[in-house]
Write a protein that binds this ligand. Structure first.
Ligand code: NDP
Length: 277
């Protein structure tokens, strides 16, 4: 099918990526014909691989670790969201031949929190764990969602301070040292944006962070989310969610951007969740 539009996810490593499966499900569901592959490229080969993909007819690329910063640099034009994040997870070949960079991780997280998890973030006191790329996207999104306060804690405190400066809402943001979390009050929502689970490292979190109404959300999913979700359940959180829905929402946003059709994310989440269980 030489005329079938081509898309891809690029990362290193990439074999674990669920994106090809997700976009195939979306295509089937919406009747959109597409080809979607996974491209493995080491950092030195990233730009060449993307340019070659577009030169050979590719139309859009989802970008994952470790290339999100390089994707931002490679683009000719950047959406306002990408500009404030300074990284990109979607590259699109525009009709005029320019490459557009966008960032939709934060919007994907919010969509999942609202639609699937039923989390209303307005006027909530939120703890954000982590200060890497995903935490930056999550931080902007949480502020956009009108949280009352955002406390950031990170293993390396200087990075938490840097993130607070980038988010630039001093009236709503506080930085807390990790070992001072013991003395924190309970939060309405605890968001884990660290990669500790992926690295199979334990997160030392006090139960005092949790009250009867606390909701917990981990950006990781699958086995990587299990330790945090187990902590949340044991500590007495009202509910705890992993980031599979965020992945689905983020992929759906890319799909809609490229094809003009919004897939049904609830159905797709259920299919994927059942397959992974
Ligand atoms: P980064 O490498 O940019 O940041 C990692 C963060 O985790 C840093 O804040 C780091 O702290 C912290 N960290 C790592 N190990 C530990 C540990 N043992 N204890 C405490 N903190 C630790 O990663 P990303 O921000 O890109 O990704 C973070 C997570 O979000 C990953 O699990 C990723 O899979 C997930 N994610 C999920 C998405 C989805 O769609 N569901 C989308 C994007 C990301 P320090 O600064 O001290 O190194």
């Amino acid at each position: 099918m030489p005329d079938t539009p081509r898309y891809a996810v690029i990362g290193h490593p990439i074999a674990h990526s669920l994106s090809p499966r997700l976009h195939a499900l979306f295509g089937k569901q919406t009747g959109v014909a597409l080809e979607y592959t996974a491209l493995d490229a080491e950092p030195a080969a990233f730009a060449g691989a993307v340019l070659e993909f577009f030169a050979e007819g590719g139309r859009g690329v989802n970008v994952t670790l470790p290339h999100k910063a390089a994707a931002y640099v490679l683009a000719d034009v950047r959406t306002p969201t990408a500009q404030r994040l300074g990284v990109a997870n979607v590259l699109t070949l525009l009709p005029d031949g320019h490459i557009e960079a966008d960032g939709n991780d934060g919007a994907g997280m919010l969509a999942d929190m609202r639609a699937r998890c039923g989390i209303d973030l307005r006027h909530r006191n939120v703890l954000l764990l982590g200060a890497g790329g995903a935490a930056r996207a999550a931080g902007f999104a949480l502020l956009d969602a009108d949280v009352k306060s955002l406390v950031i804690a990170n293993r390396t405190p200087e990075r938490a301070q840097d993130l607070a400066s980038v988010l630039a809402r001093p009236e709503r943001i506080r930085v807390r040292a990790w070992d001072a979390l013991e003395r924190s009050r309970a939060f309405d929502v605890v968001v884990n944006a660290t990669s500790a689970g992926v690295q199979r490292a334990a997160l030392a979190l006090p139960v005092s962070l949790v009250g009867a109404r606390t909701l917990a959300y981990d950006l990781s999913y699958g086995p990587a989310a299990e330790p945090f979700l187990a902590w949340a359940r044991d500590a007495g959180c009202r509910a705890a969610f992993d980031g599979l829905g965020m992945l689905v929402e983020t992929a759906a946003a890319s799909f809609e951007h490229w094809h003009g059709v919004r897939p049904d994310t609830a159905t797709t989440w259920a299919v994927l969740h059942a397959r992974l269980a």
